[in-house]
Design a protein around this ligand. Sequence first.
Ligand SMILES: [Zn+2]
Length: 143
Amino acid sequence: MTTPTDSTPPKPTRLAPIVTLDAKFFWDAADQGEFVGERCAECRQFRFPPRPMCPHCHSVKREVVKLSGRGTVYTWIQPRHPTPFGFKEPPIVATIELEEGYRLVSNLYDIPLEQVQPGLPVEVFFAPTMGNHQVPVFRPRAK
Ligand SMILES: [Zn+2]
C-alpha cells in the first residue's frame, strides 16, 4: 500500500530560468517538453542566443523550429567550490554542439565525470525547476 508521500517526487531545488523577452519562446517550449530553436526566416541560419535581428542577413523575420535534441559534448567542467546554488551535488556543466550546428551550455547527467569525452553523443531531456518549470539538459545518447 502506498501513501501519498511515497509517490510524491522531491520538490526541485534548481532555480527557474530567467526568462527574457527574446528567449520566452524557448522557455515556454521547454515547459511543454519541447526543445526548440530560433532560425532566420530569410536565410535559414540559426540565431543563438535568440535575438531580434539576424546577425547574418539583418532580417528581423524569424521562425521557431523543433530541434532534434541530439548533439555531442564539446567541452565540460564540474564547478566544485562552492556548489552552485540549487544543486545537491556539483553538476557537470557542458557545452553541447547541437546537430543543428550551434552550441549551448547545459548540464550533463547519467555519466560519471571521468567518463565524459569530447564528441560524446548526447540527447536532451528535461530537469524540473522551482516554480513548476523545466530546463533542457543532456545525457549520453542511447545506442
Ligand atoms: Zn538571416
